[in-house]
Design a protein around this ligand. Structure first.
Ligand code: AMP
Ligand code: MG
Length: 415
């Protein structure tokens, strides 16, 4: 497999095992990644709206966090000494500091989050003192520096705290706010055009005529894309007519960075997607040695990336989760990690013929001994969307794998 970062289409035929009509999953994943050039344009957005966007720069801390020493407990701040009886000379509350200086033998009532008064270097929890008027008696030994949160102990001014390409998740939103930022510069949103194909498809919310089914794929895709915070251009459902699909593809390629379609990619009479991709763009591969999801067209129309997903609802989700998601993440400037997997004991036998990588829908859990076990969701047809809804993982069965016996170890990829 060639390792160059940006592969050109003309180099494809030189790859030793390149077969666009039966591409092993790992090779397809790597090929897709090699064709992608991440976005460079950025925009500055309000921190409120930054969830799941991608940072376009490293972040250095402009200040120490916390900006000063403060108390980690409700109790009494004091200068460390051997004295056990101390006079309370004032108080320090969060946002309201004690102004004076404290000397040995004195202490200040202090609350969590309040500034440590001048002269103090330790805080005693209120549970460890007894009080008589304005005098306290310590009931346990004090360690110098105890119960104080130190200036800069979370983040030091000038230190790098976030990295370019990091996804902004809730923790990063809070962290940026703790540094005083109310805006953040991120890569611009990726524009993703989607449409379904199929004369049998009806919109949810309208009655079904005989022979019709509801278009569920566009809704799963909205959900999957929603988790990535991309801009979705929903072009609806396009009829199984060559000319209409061609117009839709050309139109989408003008407006979007990526086009994702479902259906019409197999070899039926009305399956125009692959032919059209070859006519108006370039096909990198169109079949993958996987189940479900064998027909999966990937190519380019001009500078726009094109993913022609199968029509079957499970295959749409599986191919998106195995290929499209990482491709979009890379385009958005994120560092893409291999999918997280672990081994579990399979409690159901699985019939499998070697030759394709299978992504069976599974439910993993811990058994009474604490071991990870997994079972299939039952019927595994690529149209059985309820299997995706029940599952919490894929059971990944490699290309060469045959039948699985109950008790065998399998690879689990949690959702
Ligand atoms: P196709 O790849 O177009 O031959 O479609 C394969 C199967 O998936 C057929 O049974 C289609 O009816 C079904 N299908 C295609 N598109 C959708 C969709 N958007 N929602 C639900 N099922 C679909
Ligand atoms: Mg169809």
């Amino acid at each position: 497999m060639m390792k160059s970062r940006n592969l050109r289409l003309s180099q494809l035929d030189a790859l030793p095992d390149y077969d666009p009509a039966s591409m092993p999953v790992e090779q397809a994943r790597e090929l897709v990644q090699q064709f992608l050039t991440p976005l460079t344009a950025t925009e500055t957005v309000s921190l409120h709206t930054a969830l799941h966007r991608t940072l376009s720069h490293d972040v250095l801390s402009p200040l120490h966090v916390p900006p000063h020493d403060y108390s980690a407990m409700d109790g009494y701040a004091l200068p460390f000494s051997n004295l056990t009886r101390l006079q309370v000379i004032g108080s320090s509350y969060a946002g309201h500091a004690f102004e004076g200086v404290v000397t040995a033998g004195a202490c200040v009532r202090i609350m969590t989050g309040a500034l440590i008064p001048k002269g103090c270097d330790s805080v005693v929890m209120q549970e460890q003192v007894s009080i008589e008027g304005d005098t306290i008696t310590l009931s346990s030994k004090v360690h110098r520096g105890q119960n104080i949160r130190r200036v800069g102990e979370d983040m030091q001014q000038g230190s790098q705290v976030l990295e370019c390409g990091q996804i902004i998740r809730p923790a990063q939103m809070g962290l940026l706010a703790s540094l005083g930022f109310d805006e953040v510069t991120v890569y611009r949103k990726l524009k993703v055009a989607i449409f379904s194909t199929g004369d049998e498809l009806q919109q949810p919310g309208t009655p079904l005529a005989p022979g019709q089914i509801y278009d569920s794929n566009r809704y799963s895709l909205h959900g999957l894309l929603g988790e990535l915070n991309v801009e979705v251009l929903d072009m609806g459902n396009i009829r199984d007519e060559r000319a209409s699909i061609k117009t839709a593809l050309l139109d989408a390629a003008q407006q979007a960075d990526v086009i994702i379609t479902s259906g019409g990619v197999s070899v039926g009479e009305a399956d125009y997607i692959k032919q059209l991709l070859a006519e108006i763009g370039e096909v990198v591969f169109w079949k993958i040695a996987m189940k479900p999801g064998r027909p999966l067209a990937y190519g380019k129309i001009g500078t726009c990336h094109f993913f022609g997903l199968p029509g079957n609802p499970v295959a749409v989700m599986v191919t998106f989760m195995q290929f499209v998601r990482d491709a979009l993440c890379k385009l958005m400037g994120q560092a893409v990690q291999p999918p997280f997997t672990f081994n579990a004991i399979c409690t159901s036998p699985i019939r499998k013929i070697p030759g394709r990588t299978e992504f069976q829908r599974g439910i993993f859990s811990q058994n009474e001994n604490g071991a990870w076990v997994v079972r299939t969701t039952g019927e595994q047809g690529s149209g059985i969307l309820s299997s995706m809804s029940k599952a919490n993982c894929f059971i990944v069965l490699p290309l060469a794998q045959g039948n699985v016996e109950a008790g065998d170890h399998v690879v689990v990829q949690p959702f």
